[in-house]
Design a protein around this ligand. Structure first.
Ligand code: NAG
Ligand code: NAG
Ligand code: NAG
Ligand code: NAG
Length: 335
């Protein structure tokens, strides 16, 4: 029983130290992994601490070496790396007949030939509050799993898209983004950017290709800054201007009820008080507003004198009545 437990513990120690093979693994790659731009040169050393071996070498579709004796390192070199699926492997023949090897992880990358942005199934201006799909076409990029597509509106970052599909060879990718533009987005510049995030061994900053900006007018219906109905008082002979100016895109046109007038600013004839309704309209919508014009016979100053005058009149009447009553009551009255 105790013996069995001891044996089990020994097994555990062996497992957790990785076993004897790993502890004395004879090959080391420097650098241990590479990120290479398509067509660039690359060079990696494979070295051993064991001086006692039957030769070592690299096995690869390009840059492979012959079996070299009496060396402590062999170098894999390619001047122009263009093999997307290359898997170089360094190996060593040990005296005990074993042939351990180590594979070099290679990321071969390529920035896209072209990145372009467009609106899917739509041309011309957009209408406020409607949904549109922007599409970013990325041509000939690798590897797909390192691609990050970023969307921008002006300098504002909108969204990013990453890919979980693995593809070592170049592919064409189309990313999409739903937008629902508002009037504030009128002629904003949308861009998409293809960025390769190749990890800590990869180039910094990340290799990036950005699309041309896409600038689209956004149409929206006319609106008033003061939408409520307005009441205006005018004095005889005075001129006023009714301001029906609305903001909208395209620029609104105007219509005044029972009039041929077609501008935003309307001056009604002063002898005609009443109600004036105007409508501002464009291709997207229309909005109306009513102005009520009242005619005031006299100004505010007249009212003031009318009040003062009536006050004085009333005072005089009181005084006269007082004296009349006093006179009638005779001199001995207590009034
Ligand atoms: C490989 O090792 C040799 C000798 O130590 C050195 O000259 C060379 O720069 C190394 N190359 C790389 C890629 O580390
Ligand atoms: C690298 O190889 C590619 C494909 O074989 C070739 O088109 C290109 O010209 C080469 N570049 C250099 C610098 O040799
Ligand atoms: C968008 O256009 C493509 C062809 O350009 C068509 O196949 C697709 O059905 C259209 N989608 C919609 C939603 O209209
Ligand atoms: C009319 O109203 C608009 C906006 O409400 C304003 O910008 C403009 O200055 C006004 N025009 C006049 C002549 O008052």
């Amino acid at each position: 029983m105790v013996k069995g437990l001891y044996g089990f513990l020994t097994l555990c120690v062996l497992v957790f130290t990785g076993g004897p093979t790993h502890a004395s693994f004879p090959l080391e790659l420097n650098p241990p992994r590479v990120v290479v731009r398509y067509g660039d040169s690359v060079s990696v050393n494979c070295s051993t601490s064991s001086t006692d071996h039957d030769g070592m070498g690299w096995e690869a579709t390009f840059g492979g070496t012959s079996l070299e004796q009496d060396v402590t390192f062999v170098t894999w070199t390619v001047d122009n790396l263009t093999d997307w699926t290359i898997e170089p492997k360094c190996y060593i023949n040990l005296i005990d007949g074993k042939q351990p090897s180590k594979e070099l992880p290679v990321i071969l990358y390529k920035t896209p030939d072209r990145v372009s942005i467009s609106v899917l199934n739509h041309s011309g201006p957009m209408v406020e509050g409607t949904q549109y799909r922007l599409q970013c076409d990325i041509q000939n990029i690798a590897p797909l799993q390192n691609l990050v597509v970023k969307w921008y509106k002006g300098n504002e970052f909108l969204d990013n898209i990453t890919y979980s599909n693995v593809s070592k060879t170049p592919v064409d990718v189309s990313a999409t983004l739903m937008i629902s533009p508002s009037r504030n987005d009128d002629r904003d510049q949308y861009r998409c950017r293809a960025e390769l995030d190749l990890g800590p061994e990869g180039p910094q900053p990340h290799p990036t290709v950005t699309s041309e900006p896409l600038s689209i007018p956004v149409h929206y219906p006319p609106t008033f800054s003061r939408p409520e109905a307005e009441t205006l008082d005018i004095r005889v002979g005075e001129e006023i201007t009714l301001n029906c100016t609305a903001t909208g895109s395209p620029t609104p046109l105007y219509r005044w009820q029972s009039s041929d007038f077609q501008e935003a600013l309307f001056t009604p004839p002063s002898e005609v008080p009443g109600t004036y309704t105007c409508t501002a309209y464009n291709q997207i919508g229309k909005i109306s507003k009513t102005f009520t014009v009242n005619l005031k016979p006299k100004g505010d100053r007249t009212t003031f004198w009318v009040i003062i005058g009536s006050g004085l009149g009333l005072a005089m009447v009181v005084v006269i009545v007082y004296f009349v009553v006093k006179y009638r009551a005779g001199p001995n009255s207590i009034i």
